[in-house]
Write a protein that binds this ligand. Sequence first.
Ligand SMILES: [Zn+2]
Length: 222
Amino acid sequence: MPDYSRLVFESWNELYPDKPLRYPVKLRYSGHFKGFNASIVLRGGVLTVNLSKNWRPVDPSIKKGVIQELMCKFTKDRRKSSSIELYKVFLKHAHIGVPKTKSDPVLDASFDRVNQEYFSGFIEKPNLVWSEGINRLGFYDYGADTIALSRILAPHQELLDYIMYHEMLHKKHKFKGSGRTIHHSKEFREDERRFKDAARLENELSRLVRRHRWRWSRLLFG
Ligand SMILES: [Zn+2]
């Protein structure tokens, strides 16, 4: 068995000691992922784990964690393991090693305003980029430590800051508590409502989105 596959095999056996794996396995490193993203897929009867190439130099015990986390998704299981815990700690700190190379003066200014006003300047600056897509107003990519905000927000400073705030909350709240990550927890929503004039801004956002003929839904926030 090639070394790569052995790691997947071992990850399974540690997670499910009394449940033999029914598929041949494969591990691939891919340049298509950002940050420390990864996926698992059953294709042609082979259980394939795809890891971002950034995973290559990482310690195998942490790699086992990401593989086991993917396996839990695959089996729809909520099992925990020490490797999974290790992986979560790793991911929480992984952003420190991500080079901060992307920024933009408008996004930069928005970030600084919100950071001062609502976080006492405590949030470390991530990569900041505009997104051109029309699916989401904003999202935070943990692995790449990048906040992306839709360009349609650019002319509307208050709305821009409001969505920036939402994405910064993701950075602040990430991986809080144990078990499954809840993206918009009760705590998160409470924090979100602290933004000045949040209710009015929600209305303005929905109008902006309608003007752009987007289907309005809370899911527009990543
Ligand atoms: Zn969100």
